[in-house]
Design a protein around this ligand. Structure first.
Ligand SMILES: [Fe+2]
Ligand SMILES: [Fe+2]
Length: 479
């Protein structure tokens, strides 16, 4: 579809959605005029779905966005669009998502509930419960302008913790035993919000994965692997649909660990050979668990493959042992890097002490071309930087700080949140290591890296909040 015809279709969709709601307000749902209008909407929406896979309509302030882009409509549509915006606001609906293949009957349910909710005390809840059983339509609540403008750090944090809470609720023994561990629809909603965050606020979201002092390792690990995989997938040029699938596969990569007895998984000491034998079964257990689920969805099949392959390694030296090396799925190779990086920088699995991010990266680099896909690792290193977010560094200016933002152009020159300098034991400002002095030399460089865990520094304190100071002007470089 070329750009102009695509814009026309998006415009037509909004206009026809508005007309559909207006006609339905005046007539019965089975009236020919309403049915004709519904048919038009179904046709238009499906034509977009067949290309983009998803159609997301958001009300942002006074504007309509489709798939995250503001729709600019012609003057003759103004009246219709305005009335649609008014009706959406009245019902507290801020988002409508269409996916799969839209059916007439589903739209009828949606329209009926939308119209009748106009006189309900809880209109959003009424529509939400009516559409919750539908395959192709979802709605979400309208965010207030204040909410939309809220500190972005809070929004990123919320998305991250929502995903953690979800993985806690969905990936557990009871759910797996019931064989309905995954609500694909719910999972997609959660991952889509991470995908949006990765596209808009990647550095803050990557910062969330750097905070390791959480109690519930398993759930944070699933989400961290998902976030790191999404960031890598984004650099590979994946579209939103592919990113969502990758994020879901990554979130469920360790689902087989649910079957490992908790006394082994949570053992405070090193694992025995027998215990390792059991742990190494989790890729196969994960694969079986996902395929046994009641919901048969191509996304879950792909996730099952990733669960099976994520410890195989690039050179097949991992587990489970295979007789024939059939070629690893790209998702598996991505998830494997994200998984190893998160595991190495956490203190729970495979080793009892966490490695600093730069140390973990150097281990992965040693394994490049062996355990790890060299091409993907190169992109990963470029993505997280030589000094990834969360690395504790001493600058040549005697300033101690935490790397808080990577720099894709100068991988060794990230932004650093300084937490102490030689004059002030408790400082709090951000410096950009790519900044130069008038004589052309860099103002600051990394002198050495230190172990964040050893210094008991609370990363969360710095990554969740904005700095309170501006950098001092007179800095001296120690030679
Ligand atoms: Fe695993
Ligand atoms: Fe894992």
């Amino acid at each position: 579809m070329n750009e102009i015809s695509e814009k026309t279709i998006l415009n037509d969709i909004i206009n026809n959605l508005a007309l559909m709601m207006r006609t339905a307000q005046m007539h019965n749902i089975n009236n020919t005029a309403v049915i004709n209008q519904i048919e038009r909407v179904v046709l238009l929406v499906n034509s977009v779905l067949s290309e983009a896979g998803i159609l997301r309509i958001d009300l942002v302030g006074e504007f309509i966005h489709i798939n995250n882009e503001r729709v600019r409509y012609p003057l003759e549509h103004l009246f219709n669009v305005d009335s649609l915006i008014k009706e959406l606001k009245k019902r507290g609906v801020g988002t409508i998502i269409f996916e799969n293949k839209l059916e007439m009957e589903e739209v009828k349910v949606f329209v009926k509930s939308f119209i009748s909710a106009g006189s309900s005390d809880n209109p959003f809840e009424a529509i939400y419960s009516a559409v919750s059983g539908l395959r192709s339509i979802e709605i979400d609540r309208l965010k207030s302008v204040k909410e939309q403008d809220r500190d972005i750090r809070k929004i990123v944090k919320k998305s991250y913790f929502k995903a953690v809470a979800f993985s806690k609720g969905e990936i557990n023994v009871n759910k797996v035993k019931a064989k309905d561990a995954v609500s694909v629809k719910k999972t997609k909603m959660i991952i889509r919000s991470l995908v949006d965050m990765i596209l808009e606020e990647e550095q803050l979201l990557l910062g969330m994965t750097a905070i390791k002092d959480y109690d519930e390792y398993t759930y944070h690990h699933s989400v961290n692997v998902s976030v790191l995989s999404l960031a890598l997938g984004q650099r590979l040029g994946f579209d939103k649909k592919a990113l969502t699938e990758l994020g879901i596969a990554a979130l469920f990569h360790d689902v087989g660990k649910v079957t490992v007895p908790p006394e082994i998984l949570n053992k405070p000491a090193s694992f025995s050979d027998e215990e390792w034998t059991i742990i190494r079964k989790h890729p196969v257990w994960g694969f079986k668990t996902e395929l046994k689920m009641k919901t048969i969805d191509p996304i879950i099949i792909r996730a099952a493959i990733v669960s099976f392959e994520h410890h195989l390694n690039y050179d097949y030296t991992g587990y489970p042992k295979l007789r024939i090396a059939a070629g690893l799925d790209t998702f598996s190779r991505i998830v494997s890097i994200a998984d190893q990086y998160d595991a190495l920088t956490s203190s729970r699995v495979y080793r009892r002490t966490a490695l600093s991010p730069d140390r973990a990266l150097s281990i992965l680099i040693e394994d490049s071309g062996k355990k790890v896909d060299p091409f993907l690792l190169k992109i990963f290193v470029n993505m997280v930087g030589v000094f990834p977010i969360g690395t504790l560094v001493m600058l040549n200016t005697q300033e101690l700080g935490i790397v808080c933002e990577s720099n894709p152009l100068f991988v060794d020159r990230p932004k650093v949140r300084v937490i102490a300098n030689k004059n002030d034991i408790r400082s709090d400002y951000i410096v950009d290591l790519s900044e130069k002095m008038p004589d052309g030399r860099f103002a600051r460089s990394i002198g050495k890296t230190l172990d964040c865990n050893k210094y008991k520094i609370n990363l969360a304190e710095y990554l969740f909040t904005a700095p309170v100071q501006t950098p001092p002007q007179n800095i001296t470089i120690s030679m």
